[in-house]
Design a protein around this ligand. Sequence first.
Ligand code: PHE
Length: 383
Amino acid sequence: MLNNVLMPEYPQIVSLPASPEGVVAQLETYRGQFLREAESVEKAAQAGNAAELQAFRDGWLGRKQGLLAQLNEHWLKPAPGEAKKLIGQQLNRLRGEAEAAMERIEAVLEAARLQAQLASETLDVTLPARAPRGASHPLTQVTERILGIFHGLGYSLAEGPEMESAWYNFDALNIPESHPARDDQDTLYLGPDLPGHLLRTHTSPGQIRVMEQQAPPLRVAVPGRVYRRDAPDATHSPMFHQVEGLAVDEDLSFADLKGTLEHFARAMFGAATRTRFRASYFPFTEPSAEMDASCFACAGSGCRTCKNTGWIEVLGCGMVHPEVFRAVAKKNPVYETGKWRGFAFGMGVERMAMILYGLDDIQRFYSGDLRFLEQFAAHADGA
Ligand code: PHE
């Protein structure tokens, strides 16, 4: 049984040689043995193996059983005068060597331990992250681009609720009860539990809500979802996005509106972009216009993007109608005075994105199809 247990091989003491030469020779033998063992223990230590070191230390330097202690006890102590001196010198030399070797091995072991720790804790901070980074949705990207341009002109940001009252969505905007847009063929009214409530059909109720809260002068952009009772097809969706703009100040004119929106068109489609304003009609602006921009794809000569017209319809706009100020004044009397002038505009985000990216099917924006969406990752911020 005992044979199966690996016991450290303690160096064994032999009886004191009779002659001084014999003593020197025997100590030289011990020294040789020690050096061989030290070498093998050091090798083990380099590989990070500390197990052998303890047995080695006990065998040679152990306080009672160690060979050097025993030589002290059985050789040195009983030795007579002359021999004692010789044995003492030889033993001291051997002990010095043993202690130095032990220190060296410990240092090797410590270095190996540190090396192993460094290897296990190594973190390569230059490795690129493996997780896909994702990107914002193309509609978000286009919305942010639009807002960024108006932000640069000093516009602040506001948002309104998607569930609106008929008053904010229509009445306050001078859209009469009889207007076809109010027809439930066009507007999504909310159930009988919410009479007079609907899903906003445009972001223009945002104009009313902003003015109720803020006195002029003001410049504000209102992005958001809007809803219409349209069957989905390549160019229609019952839900889409708009960005509204509103400026109110003491002496704003149509020239301010034009200057602002011309700047926007150039920032959006390129510095060479020209604009034209066509007379139009909205109940909440007077006069009203549609702004077209010269086609950025063909510079106006006619192509697929502009359907060969050379122009792209960009937005609806106009000077804020006095009836709108009057409706707002019911809650915020500052607007009653008649000294304010304003202009407003509204644009469709999907339309803008489809023109910019040359897309022919609005439904792609809502499909969640990564093969479509991943193409816009490169356009995203920071990518
Ligand atoms: N609300 C209008 C629409 O949805 C756009 C518009 C906004 C027109 C502001 C003029 C002023 O079509």
